[in-house]
Write a protein that binds this ligand. Structure first.
Ligand SMILES: *[C@@H]1O[C@H](CO)[C@@H](O)[C@H](O)[C@H]1NC(C)=O
Length: 513
């Protein structure tokens, strides 16, 4: 018996050694679903100094034991195998979706490039609520969970993660089973005073890209020179350079050179310094929905299981219409297709003017005709009376207010009213149809007032999010970060979110059926 056990142990040991020798493909961070624009690494563990990589049995040019995918695209989908010293790893399958994740993560304060030990505030938003959500942080080898102190039924939440310790930190948020998640936010640290920021990151082919050369502690950047692969591409007054339409050839190593002053500076000459070098990745554009002039949302490549959602513009932000509701009031709208754990980019915005419904306009015309007719009746009645009574002007005035005439007017109005009751359904539904959504839309306005600012990969204007006020200070879960206390404003914002409960429950209920 004892000998048997030893034999088993021995066999297990051999198996273990064998496993140790065999290379293995490890994904970092370990995501359940991959999306366009994701940053991840494939590592060939247990490998020698040189490695061969295969994607769908085709050899890749890379020979390092780590593959960096800076802006994943659907073309990166497939079976990965690495080979070292003649031994091949197991197949590692990856599917990169051409959509964007359901939730959006944006930088609320701070920027993608920060001084070492700097801290940013991130904002997670999910239209369907954040119940059970958490965030994840990857710093190379390790991935940790960031717990969120969520109030029930909140759809957005601002938190301040711990200070930035390593050159590259990746954040994303997920629901409890990790199937549903947000886009990633990647943060870099620099020890330089001059920083090059790129929005959005990764850049999206066909869209614009903003490069900013900013200086820590100074808002007086006089001149910025931007370089790609050490060649000057632009010199600007100030700190911003925009590439109107990005294409794949814009990829490369970027840096900037700033000429600037500090406000309290006494020396005459300005400072001149370089930023660190950053690699610009360009992603293929995720699927985008299309909204027609008559408010029909479409997405040719989306499956049938992706219903559409509509959003109405409210100032600078977008209000989601209740599920299954299409725009029926004048305004500026956009739409997107929304699946189980992913969605398209929102369509371009379209102005819509709700035409007056046919039944409504007929009623309107009839009412006008009756009123005009009524006025004539009154006029002739007056005229006759004046003729017979030789009334002076003052009398006319008096008699107009007299009972007889008043009744006549009443009758006219009464007829208008009668007409209404002849078509109770038409007018009734009209009003309901217009009034109820208005009320709902108003309620939502408060809840969603900053849904407009979405993730860099969401492409909805993450840039604006950076400039937003710090009103929600105090909402984040403290991870030993300074200034975690206080901030009544944010609490109220979350309480407001709670008001939305009804809306969400109905959405959820519908979804599950
Ligand atoms: C997480 O999201 C997925 C995809 O939407 C969903 O199927 C799953 O039920 C969610 N998990 C929880 C615990 O809600």
């Amino acid at each position: 018996m004892r000998g048997g056990k030893q034999l088993l142990l021995f066999a297990a040991l051999i198996l273990w050694v064998k496993c140790q020798q065999r290379p293995d493909v490890i994904i970092r961070p370990d995501l359940k679903n991959f999306f366009n624009g994701d940053l991840f690494y494939l590592i060939c563990s247990n490998s020698g100094s040189t490695v061969k990589w295969y994607l769908n049995d085709v050899i890749l040019p890379e020979t390092n034991n780590t593959l960096r995918k800076a802006a994943a695209s659907p073309a990166d989908s497939g079976k990965y195998v690495c080979e070292s010293d003649g031994a091949k790893s197991n197949e590692c399958s990856i599917t990169v979706h051409e959509y964007t994740p359901s939730a959006s993560l944006t930088i609320e304060t701070g920027g993608p490039v920060m001084p070492t030990k700097g801290a940013v505030r991130l904002k997670i938003e999910n239209e369907d609520g954040l119940k059970g959500w958490m965030c994840k942080v990857n710093r190379g080898e390790e991935t940790k969970t960031v717990k969120l102190k969520l109030t029930e039924n909140s759809v957005s939440f601002v938190f301040q993660p711990t200070e930035l310790k390593v050159p590259e930190t990746i954040y994303w948020c997920t629901n409890s089973t990790e199937e549903c998640r947000s886009n990633q936010i990647t943060l870099w640290t620099t020890d330089k005073d001059v920083m090059l920021e790129m929005y959005p990151w990764p850049a999206v082919a066909g869209e614009s890209l903003t490069l900013r050369c900013i200086v820590w502690g100074s808002d007086q950047v006089r001149k910025s020179v931007f370089l790609r692969n050490d060649t000057e591409i632009s010199t600007v007054t100030g700190s911003t350079h925009t590439i109107t339409i990005v294409d794949m050839s814009d990829m490369g190593r970027y840096k900037c050179h700033a000429t600037y002053r500090y406000s309290a500076q006494t020396r005459k000459l300005p400072h001149q310094k370089d930023s660190d070098t950053q690699y610009l990745s360009v992603q293929v554009p995720p699927v985008r929905a299309t909204l027609s002039k008559d408010m029909l949302c479409s997405c040719s490549s989306c499956g049938n299981d992706m219903p559409y959602r509509y959003y109405k513009k409210n100032g600078q932000s977008w209000t989601m219409l209740p599920k299954d509701q299409k725009p029926d009031r004048s305004g500026t709208y956009r739409c997107r297709a929304v699946g189980e754990f992913m969605r398209t980019l929102p369509s371009a915005s379209v102005d819509y003017s709700a035409g007056v419904p046919l039944v409504g306009s007929l009623i309107g015309i009839l009412v006008i005709v009756l009123l005009v007719g009524g006025a004539f009746v009154v006029y002739f009645a007056m005229k006759n009376r004046r003729n017979s009574q030789e009334a002076v002007y003052e009398d006319v005035g008096l008699q107009l207010r007299g009972e007889q005439n008043y009744e006549e007017l009443q009758k006219v109005r009464g007829r208008g009213g009668e007409y209404d009751t002849l078509h109770p359904e038409a007018s009734g539904t009209d009003r309901k149809g217009e009034y109820a959504p208005l009320k709902r839309a108003e309620m939502q306005e408060e809840e969603y007032h900053d849904l407009g600012a979405q993730g860099a990969t969401g492409g909805d204007g993450g840039y604006e999010a950076l400039q937003k006020s710090e009103m929600q200070q105090g909402e984040y879960h403290s991870l030993g970060a300074p200034g975690a206390a206080g901030g009544g404003g944010g609490y109220e914002a979350l309480k407001k979110s709670g008001m939305q409960e009804g809306e969400y429950q109905t959405l959820d209920a519908k979804k599950s059926t």
